[in-house]
Design a protein around this ligand. Structure first.
Ligand code: AR6
Length: 175
């Protein structure tokens, strides 16, 4: 199996110029919002919302792909995370986001993808639990990837970065 790199960084998901596809923590209508969706749509320009109109609505756990428009990335993969405890089972729906986004990127022949911590802002998913779902799902999917070679997790705060780093070290030692 060719090596897949998995890394955690602190940063802005809308400023990852070396990555093929960035993942949006979207709303069902795929319209600009706050947090990640706000940052991505602001950087991409109005063409992104225009393209997204035909792709919406999406369901929790689903992933759809669009162009990157004014972003430095070729593509945006839009995932609707679960509202914690409301869209249930939340754990399965959050895992579906990571799995569907990775498989979609792989099918498109992309080599790199960057994720924010889906559902951990407005949607209220506790960061520790979200990190466990993210890292364990990535671990499950990685052996089946043929094109994706870099998976980057982009965290907004030092605290969230520390949680994801610790999870990566315990679930995927040596990455
Ligand atoms: N780059 C990386 N991470 C970010 C950024 C950024 N620019 N901005 C925020 N975060 P959220 P959700 C972190 O609320 O919980 C939207 O309004 C943030 O600290 O963006 O899936 C949509 O329209 C948090 O840890 O996404 C939806 O309605 C994480 O990214 C709804 O909110 C996710 O926060 C989606 O809620």
């Amino acid at each position: 199996m060719t090596q897949v790199s998995i890394e955690c960084v602190r940063g802005n998901i809308a400023n990852q110029p070396d990555i093929d596809a960035i993942v949006n923590a979207a709303n069902a209508r795929l319209m600009p919002g706050s947090g990640v969706a706000g940052a991505i749509h602001a950087a991409a320009g109005p063409g992104l919302a225009e393209e997204c109109r035909q792709l919406a609505p999406i369901e929790p756990g689903q992933a759809v792909i669009s162009g990157g428009h004014d972003l430095p990335n070729a593509c945006v993969i839009h995932c609707l995370g679960p509202v914690y405890g409301v869209d249930t089972p939340s754990e399965k729906l959050l895992a579906d986001c990571y799995r569907n986004a990775l498989e979609l990127a792989d099918r498109q022949g992309l080599s790199s993808i960057a994720f924010p911590a889906i559902s951990t802002g407005v949607f209220g998913y506790p960061i520790e639990e979200a990190a466990k779902v993210a890292v364990s799902t990535i671990r499950e999917v990685v052996p089946d990837l043929t094109s994706v070679r870099l998976i980057r997790l982009v965290l907004f705060s030092e605290g969230d970065l520390a949680v994801f780093r610790a999870m990566l070290a315990s679930e995927l030692p040596g990455t």
